[in-house]
Design a protein around this ligand. Sequence first.
Ligand code: MG
Length: 382
Amino acid sequence: MKKIAVLGSTGSIGTQTLEIVRYNKDIEVTALAAGRSVNRLEEQIREFKPKIACLWEKEKAKELKAAVADLDVKVVSGMEGLIEAATEESAEIVVTAVVGMIGIRPTIAAMEAGKDIALANKETLVTAGHIIMPLAKEKGVSILPVDSEHSAIFQSLQGAAGNKIHKILLTASGGPFRGYTREQMASVRLEDALKHPNWSMGHKITIDSSTMVNKGLEVMEAHWLFDVEMDQVQVVVQPASIIHSMVEYEDGAVIAQLGTPDMKLPIQYALYYPQRRYLPGGRLDFTKLKEITFDVPDMENFRGLKLAYEAGRRGGSLPTVFNAANEMAVGLFLDRKIPYLTITDMIEGAMEHHKVVDAPNVEQILESEREAYDFIKSTWKY
Ligand code: MG
């Protein structure tokens, strides 16, 4: 039995991870962690019987503890609890599917405890890639990408035989507002932004996909995961999300991974790597697929992507500010407190205001995050 811990177990990636566990029957879940959903976590505890369960909110954790008093499970809470779940002794792989920078500390703790990481929490690499990647090497642990594009790149690298990557072609659907002008974007409502054309995902990432900030975060993620420069990562718009990303080698050969848009494939590949398992669900049908179309990303109207390249090229604490400002702005947009275009205004403003710290440690990363929040709070009225 393979043993895993799932951080963010009630979210989109978390529940799909548990679907894979349920289907395959040869994975044991030793720890589960979620944010605030007592009922859903209780259901998961009853089904998967972890040794440790963490609910981020203390009060909710008390409720959960009472609800599962009949079971042999340790209930913990807060950052301390999340780290305890991430380092649960018997787990070999930790699936990091929490949303946001909250993932940094538990990911580092899990790696220090010698665990492989199935990484869905891209913010950890965006903000602390310079800490995470050397640590993985030092501890001899693997970072297995769960993000569909990065999994596609990882799969396209399996036959690399030591050959260098010339370029990464990171595909993007372009989201629901592909082709929109700034004027059209100005009147985008929350309901419109939550409709992704292909992928079914959590709210935060669905908004990030619509602004293309998600793609920007993914460029930075690819830069760290595959040890390439920011400008070796080219975003290619491929609206139907059939090609999940590609690698171009020195000789011009391009290797791609294709499939239907289903997050379970990258999750399962990370859990069983290098083995491939049967996965129920849709398959590409090349008798029906007439064409695959491409476009260049519109960085003038989708300023989030342009700002991400700027943040990633400069590096240091600037990607943290990019990410933190976006996290806060998206939260405000989800609460209907700011208009859609203010999301990128806030990112740009916070980046301009920030004095970059080179090679920040975890404390400095979290300090840069707080600073970005404070700047937004004191600059915008909402
Ligand atoms: Mg992705």
